[in-house]
Design a protein around this ligand. Structure first.
Ligand code: DMJ
Length: 932
């Protein structure tokens, strides 16, 4: 590949069959761009690149070393509590746990990373451990998709590099295809999943008992995600071609053929979930992120690896549709497959960050640069890419499980452009990981990017992908012991050799269901991306594309729906949008009726909407009704979020915590607003009386400090006044409900007392009992405890940490601090997401129009002051920034004027409306999250 690359685009590569030549050259041309770039952003010196590469190596050692020391042979490391995650021994996290099969997942997923990072000796040891310890015959139900990409892919990547090393003659001389034999064993274990009439695999399988046996505890599922069924071909084909057993490639092809047949013919898009028996789309929304992502990736890469033209044809057809409907540069927004001009969401998920990388492989650099730049700005705002964010770049889901997709795209964009800007981006990623995610026992996922709190979780893909892409970003050719361009990356960044394209190729077209007809050449981008066209004599090309997007995140206006409206300006009547709906408008009521949506007037003046799909005038109306209900639910969820003040952070900064303990706190609607002012730092002291409901009897103890007060017996504002009068500089109210925690109860904001609260100047935060007791325990143990009250956790305090004299006493203190840190984080363990996922699992088809009723309640009066509506108007007028601010102020004033507003309490009209919707919202959100 590299040799061929030197020949440039379109040159013959004699060893390859014609179809693989095309595949190879596509990648060659992209890679060759690296040498073209000479001007632009400041180049990075070789020394600096090496320094950053070494930093990546050190970080990998920290992650891998801690996994091996504290977790192995468990599947994953729990970096806060510093132990292994063993399925069944920890509280279930729902679908996320389906990746864990008691097969030392992280070790297998890390195998080829070790070779890429030049750790050949460690690789040799790791392979021996896999062969000695790993059992693939456990009585565990695992995800077919995850097991394929992580374990089968990991074993095949390990095998690919093991034979490469063996051939070099120094390492792995003893190796005799043992990893491949394991891969084959695993492949056979996965095959029963394909026993459906459609050929689409079941989503889960029991490693020991397969699918249908009673002991299997699986096999009753009806749906799977498109990516789950369409992300098998690389691993399965590689397995077939390595072993000569054709069955794997055949099964994976059959599943892909079926998905292709089922694409929505007018839009050429696919939905997110499909019924594996009937082939009906269960979820008809379509994007490039969660649930679909790697289906597209594998079509293009299957073409590159296998040289089969039909995969390129399919990819190009889908890509065309994606660029027509989903791509709204720099955004990528989900749409409905039947009505692709309609956006299905107002937010994007973090998984789509892989897409610019795929666009590089496709050779479509401009939109790749644009989307990547937008994502980078979101990262600069929150340090990491939140799991989901809105079209106006607010956090939608605040978690970040250390996903590698953005690093992946950064690497490919650097390869394509050679622009040192992308090296700087990589540097920022490294810094943020070390600053915010690094903990003494590895790297911890972010529970909330806004507050900096952690989850006790380090997914195996962090080692499989993140370190590979970051290391490769800074590596020169001579830093890697083999030629990376001879391989293709799977979706889990495992390496498969391109020479597989010419091995056992005769099997590829046997027993496949679809016919390979004469191809229509007009749909082919046969030519490989030409750097002269990509960068038309302009070395500042990439920079010139980024430039206009420089402030896209900071000066954002909500968007996405405008296009829909524009599309109907032509005369066709637009469908009724949830945001436009007026319960008093007879025309709207007529439309609702047609869509099968009925109105129920509740006694308290509110109106409830219920959809019965079978009562709709036609199936198209039923679908419109479903979309309308989904919009209503999403709109309400957005309104709810807009009304909430974001959570705050209480960070313990004194010895021996040094900022490592971050507690999620609820804000107050009165007192100093921490989001607008500098954080407040001070030592804590308990107030007397502890409930703070009367004048304090210990003012000298709280003077100049942050007072701790117990919740209850009087208004929050009264407590605040009492501690302020005693000279406190801030207050933390601790819940009196023993055992309460932000894991299990929704955070709320402390309301005022109905009077003017302007006299309260100090900041007040609320902690649930479990979080509060961490501070109380710390006082008992260390007496002097200093905390920082802020809207976001600040960096740990390295200065103070460095001042610490390493002594055995300190060691033990640090140890116990870590234990407290760990336990504090444990408080954060059970995240909303997983519990919500469970709730979805219990009614997975809750939004399917065919068999489910939808219900939502709405207060007509709320519609007129809907901020979303105002935002869109603002956007159309091009005045969004000012209006945004005005709206924000307005909503703050409104909240202030209503002292009873509090999260989770049904005291404001909107809250009571939303309460009725909660179940739907949860089901809807969970459905989205299910795929993440
Ligand atoms: C990885 O396991 C794979 O990249 C997969 O395709 C989806 N994303 C996760 C990491 O985020």
């Amino acid at each position: 590949m590299s040799e061929a690359g030197g020949r440039g685009c379109g040159s013959p590569v004699p060893q390859r069959a014609p179809w693989s030549l095309v595949a190879a050259t596509a990648a060659i041309c992209l890679v060759s761009a690296t040498s073209v770039w000479t001007v632009g952003a400041e180049p990075m010196s070789r020394e600096e690149k090496q320094k950053l590469g070494n930093q990546v190596l050190e970080m990998f050692d920290h992650a891998y070393g801690n996994y091996m020391e504290h977790a192995y042979p468990a599947d994953e490391l729990m970096p806060l509590t510093c132990r292994g995650r063993v399925r069944g021994q920890e509280p279930s996290r729902g679908d996320v746990d389906d990746a864990l099969g008691k097969f030392s997942l992280t070790l297998i997923d890390s195998l080829d990373t070790l070779v890429v990072l030049n750790k050949t000796k460690e690789f040799e040891d790791a392979v021996r451990k896999v062969l000695r310890d790993v059992n693939l015959d456990n009585d565990v139900v695992v995800s077919v998709f995850e097991t394929n990409i992580r374990v089968l892919g990991g074993l095949l990547g390990g095998h690919s590099l093991a034979i490469m090393l063996k051939e070099k003659g120094e390492y792995m001389q003893w190796y005799n295809d043992e990893l491949l034999q394991m891969a084959k064993q695993l492949g056979y274990k996965l095959l029963p999943a394909f026993n459906t009439t459609s050929g689409l695999p079941y989503p889960r399988i029991n490693l020991k008992f397969g699918i249908r046996k009673p002991e299997a505890r699986t096999g009753t599922e009806t749906d799977t995600c498109t990516a789950c069924a369409g992300t098998l071909i690389l691993e399965f084909a590689a397995l077939s071609r390595f072993t000569g057993a054709t069955i794997f490639e055949e099964y994976a092809r059959k599943a892909l053929d079926f998905l292709w047949e089922k694409r929505q013919r007018s839009s050429n898009l696919v939905g997110v979930t499909i019924n594996i028996h009937t082939g009906d789309w269960v979820r008809k929304d379509s994007g490039v992120g969660a649930g679909i992502d790697s289906y597209y990736e594998y079509l293009l890469k299957a073409y590159v690896l296998l040289g089969d033209d039909s995969f390129l044809e399919r990819f190009n057809t889908h890509y065309d549709a994606i660029m027509r409907y989903i791509s709204q540069p720099p955004l990528l927004l989900d749409v409905h497959i039947h009505k692709p001009m309609l956006n299905a969401r107002t937010w994007m998920d973090a998984l789509l960050a892989f897409f610019p990388g795929l666009q590089v492989l496709k050779g479509d650099i401009r939109p790749a640069i644009e989307t990547h730049e937008m994502l980078y700005q979101v990262i600069k705002k929150h340090n990491f890419l939140p799991e989901a964010f809105t079209t106006d770049f607010r956090v939608h889901w605040a978690q970040h499980p250390l996903r590698p997709e953005f690093a992946e795209s950064t690497y490919f964009l650097y390869k394509a452009t050679g622009d040192p800007y992308y090296l700087e981006v990589g540097k920022t990623l490294i810094e943020n990981l070390n600053k915010y995610a690094r903990v003494p026992c590895g790297f911890a996922a972010m529970k909330d990017v806004r507050t900096g709190s952690h989850e006790d979780r380090m997914d195996s893909f962090f080692l499989a992908e993140m370190f590979k892409y970051l290391y490769l970003l800074f590596a020169d050719k001579e830093d890697i012991i083999f030629d990376i361009e001879d391989y293709i990356f799977t979706t889990e960044a495992h390496l498969l050799p391109l020479w597989l394209s010419t091995t056992n190729q005769s099997i590829s077209k046997k027993n496949t269901t679809s016919e390979y007809t004469e191809l229509d050449d007009s749909n082919f981008d046969w030519t490989c991306p030409n750097t002269q066209i990509l960068f038309p004599n302009d070395p500042l090309y990439a920079q010139s594309i980024r430039e206009p997007l420089k402030n896209v995140v900071d000066k954002s206006c909500p968007r996405g729906i405008i296009r829909v409206e524009e599309s109907f300006r032509s005369g066709a009547k637009p469908p009724l949008r949830a945001r436009d709906f007026m319960a008093t408008n007879p025309e709207h009521l007529e439309i609702l009726k047609k869509m099968g949506v009925s109105l129920i007037h509740l006694k308290d003046g509110r109106v409830q909407l219920v959809q019965h799909a079978i009562q709709a005038a036609s199936s198209i109306d039923a679908e419109d009704g479903l979309r309308f209900m989904q919009e209503m639910i999403e709109l309400s969820s957005q309104q709810q979020k807009e009304q909430q003040l974001p959570p705050r952070a209480v960070q313990i900064v004194s010895h021996p915590f040094f900022g490592r303990v971050v507690l999620t706190a609820g804000p107050a609607q009165f007192g100093l607003d921490l989001s607008k002012h500098k954080e407040t730092r001070g030592f804590v002291a308990s107030s007397k009386p502890y409930n703070g409901c009367s004048e304090l009897t210990n003012p000298e103890a709280v003077m100049g400090k942050i007072a701790l007060i117990q919740r209850g017996q009087c208004m929050f504002a009264e407590k605040a006044r009492n501690i302020q009068n005693a000279g406190a500089i801030g207050g933390i109210v601790i819940d009196d409900n023993e055992g309460s925690s932000s894991d299990t109860a929704p955070l709320f904001q402390m309301a005022g007392d109905g009077k003017d609260t302007d006299d309260i100047k100090i900041p007040m935060l609320f902690l649930f009992s479990k979080e509060g007791s961490i501070i109380l325990d710390a006082i008992r143990e260390y007496e002097e405890v200093e905390v920082l009250l802020s809207d976001k956790a600040k960096d740990r305090d390295p200065e103070m940490e460095n001042e610490e004299q390493p002594s055995s006493e300190n060691d033990s203190q640090n140890q116990s601090a870590e234990q407290i840190s760990s336990s504090s984080q444990e408080v954060d363990l059970v995240d909303q997401e997983s519990s919500e996922e469970n709730s979805l699992n219990s009614h997975p088809e809750s939004l399917s129009p065919a068999d489910t009723d939808n219900a939502a309640s709405i207060s007509p009066s709320e519609q007129t002051s809907n901020p979303t509506e105002n935002h869109e108007t603002a956007n159309l007028n091009g005045e969004c920034t000012d209006l945004d601010n005005q709206l924000q102020e307005q909503s703050e004033t409104e909240e202030d004027s209503n002292p009873n507003v509090s999260w989770g309490k049904k005291v404001q009209p909107i809250d009571s409306i939303l309460a009725d919707w909660n179940e739907d919202i949860e089901a809807f959100e969970m459905m989205e999250k299910d795929e993440l």
